[in-house]
Design a protein around this ligand. Structure first.
Ligand code: ZN
Length: 439
């Protein structure tokens, strides 16, 4: 068996994994998660039942770049009851009902006093919105507009029995050691409660891919990181700066089960190995695939691609964040996850990582101007005719070979057959123009 990331090469392979991903997504979907707290730990236990995890607990107040780890938030119960004591909204019935990081409250108030703390979606009156207030002390409830419309004036009892106090931020890593230490990172956020596509799908797909990679014998090492959005990736980066030179590339993943097309968002650097190879993979698998340039808005790619970090990390999703109607509402539920969409997403990620795992990287030994190929008998003597595939293959390899690109990159951008590229690489190496570099 030659080295590979995982034995996932066909839609049939990926469909089997999609079934397992769907089962895990169903298990973790309802958990009341946030950027810290017991919900995250419970989720990581479900994931840890499938793959070995190293869990890190970072104390509140720990400085992480320009941020600090926030207090830990846990909820015992939260509800609004009417005058008769009937609970109209209850956190236990749906984790979206409570604004994330709500401060504790115990009060009686009129509907008018309560209203500024209630969030609904009048355009889609049956959906519950997802709202958070991580960094300003506030509280609130989220509910369906159609529900709120039935509430009479009168007095309501509001209870948020929550704790917001020094504790920990929890993240977990699953490391699959390959033949070399160079690493590929896969980051998925773990902080959303009761939302299926964003982000149960990301956690579930990352888990089943890690399970497959554990059965494989990869060349590179793979580090799957399960952490909260923004503060989680910032915390991981701040604690792992010394590790970053060994990072060959990576992906932020999420939103993997909806009907939208496969979407690859390029790293800030734009033309790194992962950018070229992931773009090729999504285009091959989905004729409607979308390619996006980097922008400083979105998921954790913002942190991995911040200028002082600048890792070759892109983002793979189906619909982008905010780009489907159910996004950040109770309608982003398990019915939105399609097995065929999950399978295609799984295959796109596995194809990308398998190609990187087997990629041979080169350095052009004569990189200033084009080397004279004719003098070395590598280019036809008569000018004026179009070069053939072999000549094009040499030009692509010479152009791309900066030590961080290789055969697969050349294949992705040129569309030439691998055997032509391999022959061209051999010829260039024999002529002393190209050298292979360790991955
Ligand atoms: Zn989100």
């Amino acid at each position: 068996m030659s080295p590979q990331f995982a034995a996932v090469h066909t839609m049939a392979d990926a469909t089997a994994l999609a079934g397992r991903a769907l089962a895990l997504a169903t298990e973790i979907f309802p958990i009341g998660r946030s950027i810290t707290g017991q919900g995250v730990r419970e989720t990581l236990r479900c994931i840890g039942n499938r793959v070995p995890l190293e869990v890190s607990e970072v104390p509140s107040g720990t400085p992480v770049f320009d941020w600090e780890v926030p207090p830990e938030w846990n909820v015992r119960e939260a509800y609004i009851a009417d005058g008769a004591g009937r609970r109209l909204v209850d956190f236990r019935r749906h984790a979206l009902h409570l604004v994330g990081y709500s401060i504790p409250v115990r009060a009686r108030m009129t509907l008018n006093e309560l209203r500024p703390h209630l969030h609904t979606l009048p355009q889609t009156p049956d959906w519950i919105p997802y709202r958070t207030s991580y960094y300003s002390k506030a509280w609130g409830f989220c509910l369906a507009e159609s529900e709120l419309a039935t509430w009479p004036d009168g007095e309501y009892e509001v209870v948020i029995d929550a704790e917001l106090k020094p504790g920990h931020l929890t993240y977990a890593e699953c490391l699959i050691r390959g033949a070399v230490e160079q690493e590929i990172l896969v980051y998925t956020h773990t902080c959303h409660p009761a939302l299926a596509n964003d982000n149960a799908s990301g956690m579930a797909v990352a888990t089943v891919l890690a399970e497959e990679a554990l059965k494989s014998r990869p060349n590179l090492s793979y580090r799957f990181i399960f952490g909260p959005g923004t503060i989680g990736s910032i915390t991981w980066l701040a604690r792992n700066e010394s590790r970053l030179p060994a990072v060959r590339g990576g992906l932020t993943i999420g939103l993997l089960g909806d009907v939208g097309p496969l979407t690859y968002k390029r790293s800030r650097r734009g033309t790194t190995e992962i950018d070229l190879i992931a773009a090729q993979a999504v285009r091959e698998l989905d004729p409607n695939a979308k390619l996006l340039d980097f922008s400083p808005y979105g998921y954790d790619e913002r942190q991995f691609c911040s200028p002082g970090i600048n890792l070759p990390m892109g983002r793979l999703t189906r619909s982008a964040n905010g780009a489907y109607p159910e996004y950040h509402t109770s309608a982003d539920n398990l019915s939105l996850l399609r097995a065929d969409a999950l399978a295609q997403s799984i295959l796109a990620i596995a194809t990308t990582l398998n190609r990187i795992d087997g990629n041979r990287l080169f350095r052009n030994r004569s990189p200033k101007g084009e080397p004279r190929l004719g003098r070395r008998g590598l280019f036809r003597a008569t000018g004026g005719t179009n070069p053939g595939d072999f000549e094009h293959a040499m030009l692509w390899l010479l152009s791309l070979s900066d030590g961080a690109h290789g055969l697969r990159d050349a294949q992705a951008v040129s569309g030439l057959d691998m055997d032509v590229l391999e022959r061209a690489a051999t010829a260039l190496i024999e002529a002393g123009l190209l050298e292979e570099v360790a991955g």
